[in-house]
Design a binder for this molecule. Sequence first.
Ligand code: ACM
Length: 696
Amino acid sequence: MSVSLRLSCFLLALLLLNPCSRLTAQNPVADTRVLLPVPSMAQWGTSRFVLKDHWRVQLQGPKADSALRPTLTQFGAWLGQQTNDKRLRTEFVGSGAADLTIYYGRLGQLDLLDEEMYSLRVTPMGISLSANTHLGVLRGLATLRQLLSTDKKEHMFAEVDIADSPRFKWRGLLIDAARHFMPVAVIKRNLDAMAAVKLNVLHWHLSDDQAFRVESKVLPRLHQVGGQYYTQAQVREIVRYAAQHGIRVIPEFDMPGHTTSWLAAYPELASIDSTYGPAQTWRTLNIALDPTKETTYQLIDKVLAEMTPLFPDPYFHIGGDENDGRQWRRSPRIMAWSKENGFLKANGQLDKHGLQTYFNRRILQFVTKYHKKMVGWDEILGPGLPEDAVIQSWRGRKGLYDAVKQGHAALLSNGYYLDLNYSAATYYLNDPLPADAPLTASQQGMVLGGEATMWAEFADSVIIDSRIWPRAAAVAERLWSATYVRDVPDMYRRLALVSAELETLGLQHRQAPEQLLARLAGGRDVAAVRTLAGVLEPVKEYKRHFQGFTYTPSTPLTRLVDAAPAESEAARQFGVAVDGLAEYLKMAPATERFKGASSKSLLSFLNAQLRTWQTNDQRLQPLLVQGANLWEYAPLSTQLRLISALGLERLQMLEKGTAPSAAWQAAALKQLDAAKAPAGQAELAVVGHLRKLISL
Ligand code: ACM
């Protein structure tokens, strides 16, 4: 039996051991089955709709059903692949018997409320999908995709009656294409994945210190200085592809900070006269455009005149983050101008926030002139900011609350930073509007939703999928499903299903790290490399910037740390088992321990896992030779061996019913402290779980 199968047997046993924990929950318990995000309402039947060798789709809607045909055709092709039936093609039928009948009233408008609700009914006779708008149909199709299952060569959709609509209307994913360029194919497959979990906003971070990534025909040096860029035709293609999936595209052109690439192209915009090149570091530079020169605004006006028509969405993101004003303070010219124009405080220091708000107001004039609404990071909030600017809170939840209290619509990104390498559970439990949010009902109504962010300092086009998925799906459910849907183990169970689903859609979140491992193993023991990588995680938060390894935008992201998962599933499952063991020890009388099958299977899972980790070091030794590309991870391999041995010893004591001596425990905990030290910007993800095991 595989380790994971054995664990799920154990978990099932654990559930039966303690059935009351679910029933005592105060909120309704959602019958989640295979769906993520969980729909508002689902009534499950016991039958199913079995797929035949045809897939007839009838569209009953407005004449302009071209909005749905590409996605339906893509869906049909996917069905054909999943069922391995090359004959299965989407046939659009005008009348008569259909497998899937779709009713909808009109084309939806992406930025409005109530455009995404749908109802989906699967019966043995056929499937019907109804919605007010075509956007609801797209969401219903994402649900239908998750209902497909296979049994004894039959492919079927489970019988169910679903009525569904989202909790928040703005459910986004930020992809940073400035730090590392992300080719069109990368963006497209991530749009496929977003649609699969009902995310509906791609926040496309397109300019930063390193590069300006959109072709400018008017100011071509902008895109030329930073290397790779999207042609305008490619931008249109992505916007069109996103729209086909019911996804809005909101571009971000970050200013006045994060603009070194602009200055490399047009140094006359600089606050401090210098020579600028596109940034070759990931540090926050605090280099900013000069807000006092009219030429700055003339150039920005040209940029916006050219960029805004490429993006049909009414919202346009101007960034506004991370400019601490140091360049403005250092410029005698800017200080003199600020004195003349009332941007000095009583103590003679620069009113940096006032000056940046002045800049924002000037930018807002252009944004408005081009019929857009402005979005910015929470730094732009403050007196004088017009109310119709939308605030995206990243530095803390306070920014979200302050924004809506001051009359702005707002988005939560704080707590959804995928690049900080937190667990899916951490993102999942971060609710934009928890029950204790200090907001009135109307202020709550101003919270539009949130966005997961994938900043790409440490993600290139090869590994980005693995840094986004499947964890972003946890955010997708938080933003779509009811607030009481927050059962973490159940989320992880369904996250594994989503992860497999995304693979069928062409996402490379599993395949790309696997290819990296194969390269690192160089034809030798890839399983041993995989075992170590599987229990590593990149260091969390912003620590990777500060560990003595200097990154530039061209540093290859091909080390073991880049193949290590952002959240180790092996470590997580081990942690679940240790928690289960702790629960079991609390419940089972000492004389009765480890007699039943479920506790035996739990022990054997833990033992097997620890032995695999313990013996891996030796297998890995031939690959860990000095000078080879795995050398820097040798300390982690050794530590894994040592702490796994301690875990095995502790398990033996538990089985025998003997207690560890104080000296043994103290030495073990010391060893565990030593095992916390990162190497190669990665760390062992099991140290905490082993500490718990040792301390039982
Ligand atoms: C940000 O992370 N600087 C918005």
